[in-house]
Design a protein. Sequence first.
Length: 409
Amino acid sequence: MSDMNLLEEIANLRNSIKQYKNSPKGIIANAQPYRSARGFSSRGKRGRPMITNRTLIINNNTTTTGTQNPEFVSTVSTGARKLINRNIYEKELQTKNLTKEEKMEALQRARQKNLLKKMQTRISKNQVRLDLVDRCMISGHLYAISRFGAKLVPLSLLSEEEQAQQVENSLTEWNGNIYKRDKLGNLKMQGVKVFLKEQCRYFQKTGECSRQDTCRYFHNPAKVAICKNFMLRGSCLKEDCKFTHEVNEHNVPHCTFFLKGTCKNEECQYLHVKPEYNQLVCRPFAIGGYCLRGKTCPFIHDFQCPDYQISKTCPRGKNCKLAHRVDADTTDARIAINTLDPKVFQLPDLTNATSEGNIDPRIKREEIVEEEMYYDSDEEDADIDMNALDDDSVISENGLNSNKDFISI
Protein backbone atom coordinates (compact mmCIF):
# COMPACT_ATOMS: atom_id res chain seq x y z
CA MET A 1 0.00 0.00 0.00
CA SER A 2 1.34 3.38 -0.99
CA ASP A 3 1.69 6.29 1.37
CA MET A 4 -1.15 8.16 -0.35
CA ASN A 5 -3.60 5.33 0.22
CA LEU A 6 -2.55 5.08 3.87
CA LEU A 7 -3.10 8.80 4.46
CA GLU A 8 -6.53 8.59 2.81
CA GLU A 9 -7.58 5.70 5.09
CA ILE A 10 -6.39 7.62 8.17
CA ALA A 11 -8.41 10.70 7.10
CA ASN A 12 -11.56 8.62 6.61
CA LEU A 13 -11.10 6.97 9.99
CA ARG A 14 -10.61 10.38 11.66
CA ASN A 15 -13.81 11.72 10.04
CA SER A 16 -15.74 8.68 11.21
CA ILE A 17 -14.49 9.12 14.77
CA LYS A 18 -15.35 12.84 14.71
CA GLN A 19 -18.81 12.13 13.30
CA TYR A 20 -19.42 9.50 15.98
CA LYS A 21 -18.46 11.93 18.75
CA ASN A 22 -20.79 14.66 17.43
CA SER A 23 -23.79 12.36 16.91
CA PRO A 24 -26.60 12.05 19.69
CA LYS A 25 -25.72 9.54 22.31
CA GLY A 26 -27.63 6.37 22.90
CA ILE A 27 -28.97 5.79 19.35
CA ILE A 28 -28.59 2.39 17.96
CA ALA A 29 -29.35 2.94 14.29
CA ASN A 30 -30.72 0.31 11.98
CA ALA A 31 -30.95 -2.14 14.85
CA GLN A 32 -32.26 -5.40 13.54
CA PRO A 33 -34.88 -7.20 15.59
CA TYR A 34 -33.96 -10.38 17.32
CA ARG A 35 -35.62 -13.12 15.46
CA SER A 36 -36.71 -16.14 17.38
CA ALA A 37 -36.86 -19.37 15.54
CA ARG A 38 -40.14 -20.33 17.14
CA GLY A 39 -41.61 -17.11 18.48
CA PHE A 40 -43.54 -17.31 21.76
CA SER A 41 -44.81 -20.78 22.42
CA SER A 42 -48.36 -21.40 23.46
CA ARG A 43 -49.60 -24.66 24.81
CA GLY A 44 -51.63 -26.39 22.14
CA LYS A 45 -51.62 -23.34 19.85
CA ARG A 46 -49.37 -21.65 17.35
CA GLY A 47 -46.89 -19.10 18.62
CA ARG A 48 -47.70 -15.42 18.59
CA PRO A 49 -46.26 -13.34 15.75
CA MET A 50 -42.88 -11.67 16.28
CA ILE A 51 -42.59 -7.99 17.05
CA THR A 52 -40.40 -6.50 14.39
CA ASN A 53 -40.15 -2.97 15.77
CA ARG A 54 -37.61 -3.28 18.58
CA THR A 55 -35.94 0.08 18.15
CA LEU A 56 -35.15 1.56 21.58
CA ILE A 57 -34.65 5.28 21.90
CA ILE A 58 -33.08 6.53 25.12
CA ASN A 59 -32.51 10.19 25.93
CA ASN A 60 -33.42 11.68 22.60
CA ASN A 61 -32.94 15.16 24.11
CA THR A 62 -36.53 16.03 23.19
CA THR A 63 -39.05 17.68 25.52
CA THR A 64 -42.49 16.09 25.67
CA THR A 65 -45.34 18.50 26.41
CA GLY A 66 -48.63 16.95 27.58
CA THR A 67 -51.96 18.25 26.40
CA GLN A 68 -53.48 20.33 29.20
CA ASN A 69 -57.26 20.21 29.66
CA PRO A 70 -58.54 23.51 31.09
CA GLU A 71 -61.58 21.71 32.56
CA PHE A 72 -59.50 19.62 34.97
CA VAL A 73 -56.88 20.35 37.60
CA SER A 74 -54.15 17.96 38.74
CA THR A 75 -53.96 17.66 42.51
CA VAL A 76 -51.98 15.51 44.91
CA SER A 77 -54.06 13.34 47.20
CA THR A 78 -53.01 10.75 49.75
CA GLY A 79 -50.78 8.30 47.92
CA ALA A 80 -51.20 9.55 44.34
CA ARG A 81 -52.18 12.30 41.98
CA LYS A 82 -55.69 12.76 40.72
CA LEU A 83 -57.60 14.84 38.19
CA ILE A 84 -60.55 16.81 39.50
CA ASN A 85 -63.07 19.02 37.80
CA ARG A 86 -61.96 22.63 37.95
CA ASN A 87 -65.35 23.89 39.15
CA ILE A 88 -65.43 21.37 41.99
CA TYR A 89 -61.82 22.14 42.89
CA GLU A 90 -62.43 25.88 43.04
CA LYS A 91 -65.57 25.34 45.15
CA GLU A 92 -63.70 23.11 47.61
CA LEU A 93 -60.83 25.56 47.76
CA GLN A 94 -63.22 28.42 48.44
CA THR A 95 -64.85 26.42 51.25
CA LYS A 96 -61.48 25.68 52.84
CA ASN A 97 -60.55 29.34 52.73
CA LEU A 98 -63.68 30.48 54.58
CA THR A 99 -62.98 32.25 57.81
CA LYS A 100 -64.34 30.97 61.09
CA GLU A 101 -67.02 33.66 61.17
CA GLU A 102 -68.19 32.82 57.66
CA LYS A 103 -68.40 29.15 58.54
CA MET A 104 -70.52 29.95 61.58
CA GLU A 105 -72.83 32.12 59.48
CA ALA A 106 -73.20 29.38 56.88
CA LEU A 107 -73.97 26.85 59.61
CA GLN A 108 -76.57 29.17 61.10
CA ARG A 109 -78.27 29.63 57.72
CA ALA A 110 -78.36 25.86 57.22
CA ARG A 111 -79.93 25.38 60.63
CA GLN A 112 -82.48 28.09 59.93
CA LYS A 113 -83.41 26.47 56.62
CA ASN A 114 -83.83 23.09 58.30
CA LEU A 115 -85.94 24.63 61.06
CA LEU A 116 -88.13 26.38 58.49
CA LYS A 117 -88.74 23.09 56.69
CA LYS A 118 -89.71 21.39 59.95
CA MET A 119 -92.06 24.24 60.86
CA GLN A 120 -93.78 24.00 57.47
CA THR A 121 -94.35 20.29 57.99
CA ARG A 122 -95.62 20.82 61.53
CA ILE A 123 -98.01 23.57 60.43
CA SER A 124 -99.47 21.37 57.67
CA LYS A 125 -100.04 18.58 60.20
CA ASN A 126 -101.58 20.92 62.76
CA GLN A 127 -104.05 22.19 60.19
CA VAL A 128 -105.33 18.63 59.85
CA ARG A 129 -105.14 17.58 63.50
CA LEU A 130 -106.85 20.75 64.73
CA ASP A 131 -109.37 21.11 61.91
CA LEU A 132 -112.43 21.29 64.19
CA VAL A 133 -111.24 23.91 66.69
CA ASP A 134 -111.67 27.67 66.51
CA ARG A 135 -109.13 29.96 64.86
CA CYS A 136 -107.90 33.36 65.98
CA MET A 137 -105.57 36.07 64.72
CA ILE A 138 -102.68 37.31 66.87
CA SER A 139 -100.38 40.00 65.44
CA GLY A 140 -101.47 39.13 61.92
CA HIS A 141 -100.85 35.39 62.25
CA LEU A 142 -103.27 32.50 62.40
CA TYR A 143 -103.54 30.27 65.48
CA ALA A 144 -105.68 27.28 66.42
CA ILE A 145 -107.37 27.53 69.83
CA SER A 146 -106.38 24.14 71.19
CA ARG A 147 -107.62 22.68 74.52
CA PHE A 148 -110.22 25.42 74.87
CA GLY A 149 -107.61 28.15 75.01
CA ALA A 150 -105.04 26.43 77.21
CA LYS A 151 -102.77 26.30 74.17
CA LEU A 152 -102.64 28.32 70.93
CA VAL A 153 -100.98 26.47 68.05
CA PRO A 154 -99.50 28.49 65.14
CA LEU A 155 -100.88 27.79 61.66
CA SER A 156 -98.73 30.28 59.73
CA LEU A 157 -95.01 30.95 59.47
CA LEU A 158 -93.29 33.91 61.09
CA SER A 159 -90.62 35.98 59.39
CA GLU A 160 -87.05 35.99 60.73
CA GLU A 161 -87.57 39.49 62.13
CA GLU A 162 -90.74 38.43 63.94
CA GLN A 163 -89.01 35.34 65.31
CA ALA A 164 -86.18 37.50 66.66
CA GLN A 165 -88.71 39.77 68.37
CA GLN A 166 -90.46 36.81 69.97
CA VAL A 167 -87.17 35.49 71.32
CA GLU A 168 -86.71 38.76 73.18
CA ASN A 169 -90.30 38.84 74.41
CA SER A 170 -91.86 35.39 74.86
CA LEU A 171 -95.01 36.62 76.63
CA THR A 172 -98.19 37.47 74.72
CA GLU A 173 -101.58 38.68 75.92
CA TRP A 174 -104.73 37.46 74.22
CA ASN A 175 -108.36 37.49 75.32
CA GLY A 176 -107.40 38.71 78.79
CA ASN A 177 -104.93 35.87 79.40
CA ILE A 178 -101.12 35.76 79.42
CA TYR A 179 -99.43 33.20 77.17
CA LYS A 180 -95.80 32.12 77.02
CA ARG A 181 -94.22 30.99 73.78
CA ASP A 182 -92.29 27.71 73.70
CA LYS A 183 -89.53 26.58 71.31
CA LEU A 184 -92.09 25.27 68.80
CA GLY A 185 -93.95 28.58 68.64
CA ASN A 186 -96.94 27.38 70.68
CA LEU A 187 -98.52 29.82 73.14
CA LYS A 188 -99.34 28.26 76.52
CA MET A 189 -101.68 29.91 78.99
CA GLN A 190 -100.08 30.99 82.27
CA GLY A 191 -101.65 31.04 85.73
CA VAL A 192 -104.57 28.67 85.01
CA LYS A 193 -104.37 25.16 86.45
CA VAL A 194 -107.80 23.74 85.60
CA PHE A 195 -108.54 22.63 82.06
CA LEU A 196 -111.13 20.72 80.08
CA LYS A 197 -109.88 17.61 78.32
CA GLU A 198 -110.08 17.69 74.57
CA GLN A 199 -112.61 15.45 72.88
CA CYS A 200 -111.33 12.79 70.47
CA ARG A 201 -111.85 14.23 66.99
CA TYR A 202 -112.68 10.83 65.50
CA PHE A 203 -115.06 9.87 68.29
CA GLN A 204 -116.83 13.22 68.03
CA LYS A 205 -117.30 12.95 64.26
CA THR A 206 -118.26 9.28 63.98
CA GLY A 207 -119.11 8.04 67.48
CA GLU A 208 -116.29 5.51 67.49
CA CYS A 209 -112.49 5.41 67.74
CA SER A 210 -110.18 2.57 66.70
CA ARG A 211 -107.95 3.20 69.73
CA GLN A 212 -110.83 2.81 72.17
CA ASP A 213 -109.48 2.78 75.74
CA THR A 214 -105.90 3.49 74.63
CA CYS A 215 -106.83 6.86 73.12
CA ARG A 216 -105.35 9.75 75.11
CA TYR A 217 -108.31 12.00 74.22
CA PHE A 218 -111.65 11.95 76.01
CA HIS A 219 -114.63 9.95 74.70
CA ASN A 220 -117.81 11.66 75.86
CA PRO A 221 -120.88 10.09 74.17
CA ALA A 222 -122.84 13.27 74.87
CA LYS A 223 -120.51 15.19 72.54
CA VAL A 224 -120.98 13.06 69.43
CA ALA A 225 -122.42 14.49 66.21
CA ILE A 226 -126.13 13.91 65.71
CA CYS A 227 -127.42 11.26 63.32
CA LYS A 228 -128.53 13.12 60.19
CA ASN A 229 -131.18 10.53 59.35
CA PHE A 230 -132.70 11.00 62.80
CA MET A 231 -132.51 14.77 62.48
CA LEU A 232 -134.21 14.83 59.06
CA ARG A 233 -136.75 12.02 59.46
CA GLY A 234 -137.15 11.84 63.21
CA SER A 235 -136.07 8.20 63.28
CA CYS A 236 -133.08 5.98 62.48
CA LEU A 237 -133.44 2.42 61.20
CA LYS A 238 -129.80 1.51 61.77
CA GLU A 239 -129.57 -0.56 64.94
CA ASP A 240 -125.82 -0.13 65.44
CA CYS A 241 -125.74 3.60 64.64
CA LYS A 242 -122.91 5.23 66.57
CA PHE A 243 -124.16 8.80 66.23
CA THR A 244 -126.20 10.45 68.95
CA HIS A 245 -130.00 10.55 68.67
CA GLU A 246 -130.51 13.22 71.31
CA VAL A 247 -131.36 16.63 69.90
CA ASN A 248 -130.02 19.63 71.83
CA GLU A 249 -128.72 23.13 71.24
CA HIS A 250 -125.14 21.90 70.83
CA ASN A 251 -125.63 19.51 67.91
CA VAL A 252 -128.39 20.99 65.71
CA PRO A 253 -127.99 23.72 63.08
CA HIS A 254 -129.76 27.05 62.97
CA CYS A 255 -133.20 27.14 61.42
CA THR A 256 -132.81 28.79 58.02
CA PHE A 257 -136.49 29.72 57.94
CA PHE A 258 -136.19 31.44 61.32
CA LEU A 259 -133.21 33.44 60.07
CA LYS A 260 -135.38 34.57 57.15
CA GLY A 261 -138.31 35.24 59.49
CA THR A 262 -140.59 32.66 57.88
CA CYS A 263 -140.52 29.68 60.31
CA LYS A 264 -144.04 28.75 61.48
CA ASN A 265 -143.26 25.36 62.99
CA GLU A 266 -144.02 25.54 66.71
CA GLU A 267 -142.22 22.23 67.31
CA CYS A 268 -139.14 23.12 65.28
CA GLN A 269 -136.11 21.46 66.82
CA TYR A 270 -133.56 23.65 65.08
CA LEU A 271 -131.96 26.66 66.77
CA HIS A 272 -134.15 29.77 66.78
CA VAL A 273 -131.40 32.22 67.68
CA LYS A 274 -129.92 34.92 65.48
CA PRO A 275 -126.11 34.70 65.59
CA GLU A 276 -124.06 37.85 65.86
CA TYR A 277 -121.92 36.90 62.85
CA ASN A 278 -124.34 35.14 60.52
CA GLN A 279 -121.86 35.37 57.65
CA LEU A 280 -119.37 33.09 59.41
CA VAL A 281 -119.80 29.35 59.90
CA CYS A 282 -119.01 27.81 63.29
CA ARG A 283 -116.03 25.56 62.62
CA PRO A 284 -116.46 23.21 65.63
CA PHE A 285 -120.06 22.55 64.60
CA ALA A 286 -119.53 22.33 60.83
CA ILE A 287 -116.60 19.90 60.99
CA GLY A 288 -117.03 18.28 64.41
CA GLY A 289 -120.82 18.27 64.64
CA TYR A 290 -120.80 19.69 68.17
CA CYS A 291 -120.39 23.19 69.63
CA LEU A 292 -119.86 23.72 73.34
CA ARG A 293 -121.30 27.24 73.11
CA GLY A 294 -124.74 26.12 71.92
CA LYS A 295 -127.23 29.00 71.78
CA THR A 296 -124.58 31.50 72.88
CA CYS A 297 -122.39 30.79 69.86
CA PRO A 298 -121.92 34.03 67.87
CA PHE A 299 -121.49 32.11 64.60
CA ILE A 300 -124.00 30.30 62.46
CA HIS A 301 -124.41 26.55 62.89
CA ASP A 302 -124.53 25.22 59.37
CA PHE A 303 -123.06 22.27 57.47
CA GLN A 304 -121.07 24.50 55.17
CA CYS A 305 -117.33 24.13 54.66
CA PRO A 306 -115.69 26.94 56.67
CA ASP A 307 -112.52 26.72 54.59
CA TYR A 308 -114.28 27.06 51.25
CA GLN A 309 -116.45 29.84 52.64
CA ILE A 310 -113.38 32.03 53.03
CA SER A 311 -110.82 30.99 50.45
CA LYS A 312 -112.78 29.01 47.82
CA THR A 313 -110.42 26.09 48.51
CA CYS A 314 -110.78 23.04 50.73
CA PRO A 315 -107.79 21.22 52.29
CA ARG A 316 -109.82 18.02 52.72
CA GLY A 317 -110.39 17.62 48.99
CA LYS A 318 -112.86 14.91 47.95
CA ASN A 319 -113.12 13.68 51.56
CA CYS A 320 -114.97 16.82 52.62
CA LYS A 321 -118.67 16.07 53.10
CA LEU A 322 -119.69 19.67 53.73
CA ALA A 323 -121.42 22.00 51.30
CA HIS A 324 -119.25 24.08 48.95
CA ARG A 325 -121.26 27.02 47.66
CA VAL A 326 -119.53 28.06 44.46
CA ASP A 327 -121.64 31.18 43.92
CA ALA A 328 -121.20 32.48 47.48
CA ASP A 329 -119.44 35.82 47.99
CA THR A 330 -116.48 35.68 50.39
CA THR A 331 -116.11 39.44 50.87
CA ASP A 332 -118.34 39.78 53.93
CA ALA A 333 -116.82 36.69 55.54
CA ARG A 334 -113.28 37.98 55.06
CA ILE A 335 -114.15 41.39 56.51
CA ALA A 336 -115.84 39.80 59.53
CA ILE A 337 -112.88 37.53 60.20
CA ASN A 338 -110.34 40.31 60.24
CA THR A 339 -112.46 42.46 62.56
CA LEU A 340 -113.43 39.84 65.15
CA ASP A 341 -113.18 40.75 68.81
CA PRO A 342 -111.27 38.05 70.77
CA LYS A 343 -114.00 38.18 73.40
CA VAL A 344 -116.27 36.15 71.11
CA PHE A 345 -114.04 33.20 71.97
CA GLN A 346 -115.15 33.25 75.58
CA LEU A 347 -113.46 30.22 77.09
CA PRO A 348 -115.18 28.13 79.78
CA ASP A 349 -114.13 29.03 83.31
CA LEU A 350 -113.55 25.72 85.07
CA THR A 351 -111.65 27.04 88.08
CA ASN A 352 -114.56 26.42 90.48
CA ALA A 353 -116.16 23.59 88.53
CA THR A 354 -117.43 20.65 90.60
CA SER A 355 -119.32 17.47 89.87
CA GLU A 356 -122.53 19.10 91.18
CA GLY A 357 -122.32 22.28 89.15
CA ASN A 358 -120.70 22.94 85.79
CA ILE A 359 -121.08 25.54 83.09
CA ASP A 360 -122.54 22.79 80.92
CA PRO A 361 -124.40 19.85 82.47
CA ARG A 362 -123.11 17.70 79.62
CA ILE A 363 -119.53 18.12 80.86
CA LYS A 364 -118.41 15.16 82.91
CA ARG A 365 -116.27 15.46 86.01
CA GLU A 366 -113.67 13.15 84.42
CA GLU A 367 -113.13 15.72 81.69
CA ILE A 368 -111.82 18.32 84.14
CA VAL A 369 -108.14 18.03 84.93
CA GLU A 370 -105.92 20.02 87.25
CA GLU A 371 -102.58 18.79 86.01
CA GLU A 372 -100.34 21.28 84.30
CA MET A 373 -98.49 18.43 82.57
CA TYR A 374 -101.67 17.82 80.58
CA TYR A 375 -100.82 20.61 78.22
CA ASP A 376 -97.10 21.03 78.79
CA SER A 377 -96.18 17.79 77.04
CA ASP A 378 -95.32 17.97 73.35
CA GLU A 379 -95.96 14.25 72.88
CA GLU A 380 -99.54 14.92 71.89
CA ASP A 381 -98.49 17.29 69.13
CA ALA A 382 -96.22 14.64 67.66
CA ASP A 383 -99.04 12.10 67.54
CA ILE A 384 -100.63 13.19 64.28
CA ASP A 385 -102.64 11.02 61.93
CA MET A 386 -101.53 12.05 58.46
CA ASN A 387 -104.05 9.67 56.85
CA ALA A 388 -106.55 12.47 57.25
CA LEU A 389 -104.76 14.30 54.45
CA ASP A 390 -106.40 13.52 51.14
CA ASP A 391 -104.45 13.06 47.92
CA ASP A 392 -106.43 15.90 46.39
CA SER A 393 -105.74 18.26 49.27
CA VAL A 394 -104.79 21.72 48.14
CA ILE A 395 -101.15 22.16 49.17
CA SER A 396 -99.02 25.08 48.02
CA GLU A 397 -95.36 24.91 46.94
CA ASN A 398 -94.10 25.76 50.42
CA GLY A 399 -95.89 22.78 51.92
CA LEU A 400 -98.79 24.72 53.45
CA ASN A 401 -102.48 24.50 52.73
CA SER A 402 -103.58 26.96 50.09
CA ASN A 403 -105.97 28.68 52.52
CA LYS A 404 -103.07 30.19 54.44
CA ASP A 405 -104.98 33.42 54.95
CA PHE A 406 -108.01 31.59 56.30
CA ILE A 407 -109.27 32.21 59.81
CA SER A 408 -112.13 29.83 60.46
CA ILE A 409 -114.52 29.95 63.32
